[in-house]
Write a protein that binds this ligand. Sequence first.
Ligand code: SAM
Length: 382
Amino acid sequence: MLPPLTREQAEQAERVMRALREQLRAHAGWLAFDDYLRLVLYAPGLGYYSAGSAKLGAAGDFVTAPEVSPLFGRCLAAQCAEVLGAVGGDVLELGAGTGRLALELLRRMAELGQPPNHYYILEVSADLRQRQQRLLQALPEPLRSRLVWLEALPATAITGVVIANEVIDALPFQRFVVDAGALLERGVGLSDEGLIDVDIAARPALAAELTRIAPGPWPPRYLSELCPMVGPWIASLSAALARGAALLIDYGLARHEYYHPQRDHGTLRCHFRHRAHEQPLLYPGLQDITAWVDFTRVAEAAVDAGLEVAGYCTQAAFLLATGIEAEVAAAADPLSRARLASQARALLLPGEMGENFKLMALTRELEAPLRGFALQDLRRML
Ligand SMILES: C[S@@+](CC[C@H](N)C(=O)[O-])C[C@H]1O[C@@H](n2cnc3c(N)ncnc32)[C@H](O)[C@@H]1O
């Protein structure tokens, strides 16, 4: 059972529904699922990420690793400092959420004697950007002055590190159904009861892509997702990185695991007030809607864009290689150590965030080894 909407939320959902009805009228009654997501997640003033809902944290709908523990940012800082030690330069964070990762990264990189010249943040949500600016006031002036919020990717490519934690899973994706050999695209329509799933013959680009990724037969009645935006997104990220590394962190799988015959209901998840469910047409504009990342697609796009896939491992392997145990041991007193140890378990355990989350490093002109990927190399799986 999902918690009911407050009156304010119900009014917000009704505004989003009005916009959806208009879009549906303009598109002969059928909206592609990625277009639905563009509206319910990102339409200015309406979408989940562009209107005022709390989103991240205890008062919101979900928590991410930087919200679970400062240990995540401290370990990532060790990797960023290593890259900046080799090439110097800046950090660019895409989709910085509440700003908690930026806070921890800047503090620890400064402690390690390797603060970035600039810490750029590109955030599409005006509301999250304000939250980031409030939180990052806590930094001392010499670090605060390195922060720069961008409206778009930098026109001149940076040297240094690009970071994106749980951003790819937030890109609009498509849904498809393979039924008795027919390739169908699942979109959104309207009935008297409200929004409904409507399957039509897959449009040519999607059909061609499905044939490319699975030349053999699909299992019967197979439902899954595909994110065509990954290619252009990685290409633009590549254009923004002159030299250094991009660290991408997300829940995801290599393609053969993602489209495994037994995963016949896909990976779509919705998050509303810390309840995860699979009903994306519910509460439009008020819940997060995500799908896992096909990391083979990310790697293919990176290679096409001239980047090297320098590492791919689980979050647990990355955090262990970047010193999470030493971070816990260094706690000032037994109580803080116990608290950090419990947070470390949430980040590391296979049943929590340790295995479903992966780290991928994409590099350009970077010879130095990346310590975070020293314990595990899963690139052969891609
Ligand atoms: C699930 S939240 C993750 C937030 C944060 N990185 C964290 O780990 O807490 C997704 C973030 O990506 C942002 N986002 C979505 N699409 C984006 C894009 N194309 N470029 C940059 N940020 C984007 C959202 O506004 C939000 O801040």
